[in-house]
Design a protein around this ligand. Structure first.
Ligand SMILES: Nc1nc2c(ncn2[C@@H]2O[C@H](COP(=O)(O)OP(=O)(O)O)[C@@H](O)[C@H]2O)c(=O)[nH]1
Ligand SMILES: [Mg+2]
Ligand SMILES: [Zn+2]
Length: 356
């Protein structure tokens, strides 16, 4: 089911008149562009679906496989979102809500540029978000034309020290360095999500992969007077496949710049990513050790002995706090929900009954 685009036969047209499967390739306000072997459609969800949706996460997102009915050549009614294999989400700072960035992703490329954007803690934040959704992260360090070879070597060794098991690709759209490597890294039928701050070169890199300028970039000429960003939204692109030319095909998702990537309920992601700290923590004297002040804390002792990177440790503490804070407020929010309140009430009654 998942690899519909790769395996759907061309003569599926008759089946299309009934239920079928398509992939959500972009998202607009209230509608979606969905695509399959037969074409591209403007998709809408049904009123019933909207009514049943409990949160934003129940709505289709870019990357989703959906069941559709196609009434004409242009439109599709989205009947159902098929179960998601992986999901990448972030928290909105303002509201206590999570936003789905994309789904059914195989690899999340975390992109930073070597100039003012370079920041190891930010890499780590994205890694946690990727891990939380069951997605493999990889690093693209872009705009390497802007610094000297020595500066680049320093940055690369910092990255390797801190994240020894994450793949790193060094790129420049000016010198074209790393672009062949990136092309080779991207495999047929796999989906790659480009994540990173605004201006790091996500859309420019995608255009290089496409061999055409399709994704909107933030060239100065495209800025409005106020310097407003023109990137409108997430969009999925299908890369050309020509094995002879080193092009595997593959699917990439561009993302608008995100000023903030808050952690959602990503405790699992924190635990998965900081596995080194988790392993140490198992040996702490207290089972509920927070690794901040306790005696007999193996994490703190590894830190003292220089076996654990200081920056990594403090970022771990910060990210964990953030994820826990989110989880707490999400619980509180649910607590306010009437249904949930009722449930608690009955549960309490049950417990009291049991006690007496
Ligand atoms: N010097 C240099 N500039 C780049 C490189 N990649 C992108 N840029 C520029 O950075 C700006 C932002 O690029 P864009 O692709 O829109 O970034 P996005 O917001 O991450 O999609 C544009 O002016 C690009 O021309 C690079 O490798 N080197
Ligand atoms: Mg862009
Ligand atoms: Zn501890």
């Amino acid at each position: 089911m998942i690899y519909v685009l790769a395996v759907l036969p061309k003569n599926i047209k008759s089946a299309m008149e009934n239920k079928n499967i398509a992939r959500v390739v972009s998202e607009y306000k209230g509608s979606y562009k969905v695509k399959n072997m037969s074409g591209e459609y403007l998709g809408k969800i049904t009123g019933k679906q909207m009514f049943n949706a409990l949160s934003r996460e129940d709505y289709p997102a870019v990357g989703d496989w959906v069941e559709i009915v196609v009434p004409d050549n242009e439109h599709a009614v989205i009947q159902k979102v098929l179960p998601r294999k992986t999901i990448i989400k972030r928290k909105y700072s303002s509201k206590n809500e999570t936003q789905i960035i994309a789904t059914n992703i195989d690899v999340a490329f975390i992109i930073e540029s070597v100039d003012r954007d370079y920041n190891l803690n930010r890499f780590e934040r994205y890694f946690v978000i990727a891990k939380d959704g069951g997605i493999k992260p990889a690093i693209i360090l872009n705009k390497i034309d802007l610094i000297s070879k020595e500066e680049l070597d320093t940055k690369l060794s910092q990255i390797k020290n801190r994240f020894n098991d994450v793949d790193v690709i060094l790129t420049s759209i000016i010198t074209n360095e790393g672009l062949d490597e990136l092309k080779k890294y991207i495999l047929k039928d796999k989906t790659y999500c480009f994540l990173g701050s605004s201006g790091v070169g996500k859309s420019s890199l995608i255009n290089k992969l496409l061999g055409k300028k399709i994704a909107k970039t933030e060239d100065i000429s495209l800025y409005s007077d106020r310097g407003r960003h023109i990137t409108t939204g997430r969009e999925m692109y299908f890369l050309p496949a020509s094995p002879a030319g080193g092009e595997n095909g593959g699917i990439v998702i561009d993302n608008p710049g995100m000023r903030e990537v808050g952690m959602a309920d990503s405790i699992t992601g924190v635990e998965d990513f900081f596995d080194e700290i988790m392993a140490l923590g198992k040996k702490c004297k207290f089972a509920d050790c927070t690794h901040t002040h306790e005696s007999g804390c193996e994490v703190l002792s590894a830190l003292k002995q220089g076996k654990l990177d200081k920056e990594k440790y403090s970022n771990y503490i910060n990210l964990k706090k953030e994820a826990e804070h989110y989880e707490m407020s999400a619980l509180e929010k649910r607590g306010k929900d009437r249904k949930f309140g009722k449930f608690i009430k009955t549960a309490k009654k049950q417990i009291n009954k049991y006690k007496n």
